[in-house]
Ligand binder design. Structure first.
Ligand SMILES: [Zn+2]
Length: 495
């Protein structure tokens, strides 16, 4: 009965977030604690459902570490995290025959800009060249040459906004089981595209990126490829191999892997202009929103905590106040000091605090408000789709004028309605809702609002990619540079 070792290490960072991540950002699960993901829409959850349905597999859950998106991981944090992960593997590796590693792919640490590559190369060193290692990745990950040289197979998310976490884990698990049966000669073709993309065309349900992903799914289904995907990278993770890339894995057929990877890369390249953020100036958005009857969303992708921003931008709140917008506004903001003041004062109290500009001081200036403490909570919630727990720390709902603002102590993902719901608020009760996310699942907002404005605002995860100031990724890179040439070629990674 083959023993399969399971490991997870997931984080996505924005190099433009001034606040470093620490070891404490990670939720670490050891041994059987990983089974807590059974039945969840996570990669591990999906992989478990496949492995546990197979009487031929016995599982060795080793360690899982998962952190919300944030700034670059500190050198000390990475040292501790990587040591714990590798030690956990080392002590459980006896008699293991295959390894599944659930990764995001967009980590970055001070002194190690390819953390996943380091982990995989250390695991490979431990187990030798013959043991199959299969990984799963977020399509926003940066799959590096060093990672590709260690692995036997991969599965990549096929949806954005992501809803196929478990499905990706299932594909990874099935791939590993196929490799464990032997007789396969996995070969991966990688076609790198010098482009960074953003915007609505990346929504796989409706955008042109989705059409290309459906080609990846088609060649997986019809047996052309064992796995295929297009990773667009996280444009905010400024690391040497940041890029868009097509990955096609076949069973021994190098020329088909190359052909498909290069074909999809060429098609992607031709559409790069469409896949850019279309942002609307804030003053124009407010003017339009004031004349629209139905509810509207102001999407603040520049302060998207799920992409690695701090969550303390008050740019939209300030502009709404300055413009004298009168309808009911709902928003969220990270501000530990205001949350603490509210908890000290208690429900019903009126407090004078500032909101925002707590971490990202160069971009945001604190905004003074005189607010009533409407309610208080411990900031615990669960993401709507993944059911992963959120812990924003002491949280307060503050109201002032026509504003209702959920004030969080810690930065957590805000792309769904979880933190609103858990603080007793329903976005449908408001006229203008600020969402700190690049996009949301359709039913959460877009399905019932009159218009969703993608606001042009400063921030560590702005869709205006040129505004960020990349210094590390390979150049030239579209759209950071004026002239970028592209001829599709692929590198081959055989095992
Ligand atoms: Zn992602």
């Amino acid at each position: 009965m083959p023993k399969v070792l399971i490991v997870e290490c997931m984080q996505e960072i924005s190099s433009f977030n001034p606040l470093p991540s620490e070891y404490e950002n990670f939720h670490v699960e050891r041994d059987g604690e990983l089974y807590a993901q059974r039945g969840l829409n996570t990669a591990i959850g999906g992989a478990l459902s496949v492995f546990e349905a197979s009487p031929d597999i016995s599982l060795v859950p080793a360690i899982g570490a998962r952190a919300g998106s944030a700034g670059l991981l500190s050198a000390h944090g990475w040292q501790r995290l990587s040591t714990e992960i590798l030690d956990a593997i080392k002590t459980r590796i006896d008699n293991v025959e295959g390894i599944y590693v659930s990764l995001h792919g967009a980590m970055g640490a001070d002194g190690e800009l390819d953390p996943e590559g380091y982990l995989l190369s250390e695991i490979r060193r431990m187990v030798g060249p013959d043991m199959p290692i299969v990984i799963s990745l977020d399509l926003h990950g940066i799959l590096t040459d060093r990672m590709l040289r260690q692995i036997d197979g991969l599965a990549i998310y096929h949806t954005y906004p992501h809803v196929d976490f478990a499905d990706t884990g299932e594909r990874a698990a099935r791939l590993l089981m196929a490799l464990l049966q032997g007789g396969r000669r996995p070969v991966i073709a990688r076609a790198v595209i010098p482009a960074l993309v953003r915007g609505d065309e990346l929504i796989t349900r409706s955008g042109c990126y989705g059409d290309l992903i459906r080609e990846c799914q088609r060649i997986e289904r019809d047996g052309t490829a064992m796995a295929a995907g297009i990773m667009i990278g996280n444009p905010f993770t400024d690391v040497p191999e940041l890029c868009t890339q097509v990955l096609v894995m076949t069973d021994g057929d190098e020329s088909v892997a190359r052909r498909e990877a290069e074909r999809l890369a060429q098609e992607f390249w031709q559409q790069r202009f469409r896949m850019q953020g279309k942002l609307i100036p804030l003053d124009r958005s407010i003017a339009q929103a004031s004349t629209i009857d139905g509810p509207v969303v102001f999407t603040d992708a520049a302060d998207a905590t799920s992409s690695g921003a701090t969550g303390d931008s008050n740019i939209i709140l300030k502009a709404l106040r300055d413009a004298g917008y009168r309808k009911r506004i709902l928003a969220q903001i990270v501000d530990p000091s205001a949350a603490a003041e509210a908890h000290k004062a208690g429900v019903g109290a009126t407090i004078e605090v500032t909101l925002g500009g707590f971490y990202d001081k160069t971009r945001f200036e604190p905004m003074p408000v005189r607010a009533e403490v409407q309610s208080l909570s411990n900031g615990r919630s669960q993401l709507e789709t993944m059911k992963i727990s959120l812990d924003a720390g002491p949280t307060a709902v503050l109201t002032f004028d026509n504003f209702t603002v959920v004030v969080l102590t810690r930065t957590v993902s805000l792309f769904d309605r979880a933190m609103y719901y858990s603080n007793g608020l329903d976005p449908q009760d408001f006229d203008l809702i600020v969402v700190k996310s690049p996009h949301t699942e359709h039913h959460m907002y877009d399905g019932w609002v009159e218009k969703n404005f993608n606001i042009d605002a400063p921030g560590a995860t702005s869709a205006n990619l040129k505004s960020l100031g990349h210094t590390i990724c390979a150049r030239p890179m579209y759209p950071l540079d004026e002239i970028v040439e592209f001829v599709p070629t692929s590198s081959i990674y055989p095992r």
